[in-house]
Design a binder for this molecule. Structure first.
Ligand code: ZN
Length: 271
C-alpha cells in the first residue's frame, strides 16, 4: 500500500502547495487540557481528537485526500475550571484562537474546514461560530463531535453496558479509548463508578439532563456538584475492545460526513 502523507505538520511549503491542488478539506483536531479524574490523563480529549482525525484521513484517502491540521490542544473547560489539571481559556480567547487558526488555513487555500472536536464543552460555542468563520474566510465550516445522534445510537447498540450518564466524562467510552491509545496512562487501580447524583432521569429530572443527544435547552452546571473524583460515568465497564470499536464507529461516521462535504458542498477550490 502506498503511504499517504496527510499530516500538515509534517509537510514543507512546496508539499502544502502541491496537496492544496488536490485537496480542499482540512480536519482540525481540537480537544482541551482538562481533569479526567484520577484514572485518565489531562490530555485525554486531545489524544482522542487526533486519533479520530488520523483514522478518518487514512480511511478516506483511498477515495480522496484530506489533510489533518496540527492539534488545537487548549480549549474552554469552564465546568472543570476549579479542578487541578485543567487549563481553560476564556470564551473570548477561545473564539479568537479558533478564528485565527481558520483564517490561516483559509489563506493557505483550504476551502472546507472541519473541526474534529473531542470536548463536550465546545459543542455549542464551536457550532455557533461556524457561519461567522465561513463568512469571514469564504470557506465552508463544520464541526464533527460525539453528539451526533447516529453515533450515539451505534454506541448504545454496539458497545454500551453502562446505565444513564455512564458515558459522559472519563467514562466507559473515554476510558476504553485511552486503553487503546495509551494504556500506560490508564490507572486501573483508580477506576471506579461515578454516576452523577443529579441531572439524570433516575435522580428525578425530566428536562435538565446532562446526557441527551439534543438538549431541550442549555443550562449551567459544574463537575463539583456531580462528582467526587472528577469523572462522571462508569469507567468500570471500559475495555480495549470497546475502545477499538468506538474508534471504528467514529472514524466511519466522520468519513461519511466527509463524503457528503466533498460531493455536496461546492467551493471555489473544488475541481
Ligand atoms: Zn474528555
Amino acid at each position: 500500500m502506498v503511504e499517504v502523507k496527510y499530516l500538515l505538520e509534517e509537510m514543507n511549503v512546496s508539499e502544502i502547495k502541491e496537496i492544496i491542488k488536490k485537496c480542499d478539506i482540512v480536519l482540525i483536531p481540537i480537544g482541551t487540557v482538562e481533569q479526567h479524574g484520577d484514572h485518565l490523563p489531562i490530555f485525554t480529549d486531545n489524544y482522542i481528537a487526533v486519533e479520530v482525525s488520523k483514522m478518518a484521513a487514512e480511511k478516506i484517502s483511498k477515495e480522496f485526500p484530506v489533510v489533518v491540521a496540527p492539534l488545537v490542544p487548549f480549549g474552554k473547560s469552564t465546568e472543570s475550571k476549579n479542578w487541578v489539571g485543567t487549563i481553560s481559556l476564556e470564551p473570548i480567547t477561545f473564539i479568537y484562537l479558533v478564528k485565527d487558526i481558520c483564517a490561516s488555513l483559509a489563506k493557505m487555500g483550504f476551502k472546507k474546514l472541519v473541526f474534529v472536536n473531542a470536548h463536550g464543552g465546545h459543542v455549542q460555542l464551536l457550532g455557533a461560530l461556524t457561519s461567522d468563520i465561513a463568512r469571514e474566510t469564504n470557506t465552508f465550516v463544520a464541526v464533527f463531535d460525539w453528539w451526533q445522534t447516529d453515533i450515539q445510537d451505534d454506541l448504545k447498540t454496539g458497545v454500551r453496558e453502562s446505565g444513564e450518564a455512564g458515558i459522559f466524562h472519563a467514562c466507559e467510552a473515554e476510558t476504553s479509548q485511552m486503553m487503546v491509545l495509551r494504556p500506560d496512562l490508564v490507572n486501573k487501580e483508580r477506576i471506579a463508578e461515578s454516576y452523577p447524583c443529579k441531572f439524570t432521569e433516575s435522580s428525578g429530572y425530566k428536562h435538565l439532563l446532562i446526557e441527551k443527544p439534543h438538549h431541550l435547552f442549555s443550562f449551567s452546571w459544574n463537575f463539583e456538584e456531580m462528582s467526587q473524583t472528577g469523572a462522571v460515568g462508569d469507567p468500570t465497564k471500559a475495555s480495549r475492545d470497546k475502545g477499538e470499536l468506538i474508534f471504528e464507529i467514529l472514524s466511519d461516521a466522520l468519513c461519511s460526513v466527509l463524503r457528503e462535504i466533498k460531493e455536496k458542498v461546492i467551493s471555489s477550490a473544488s475541481a
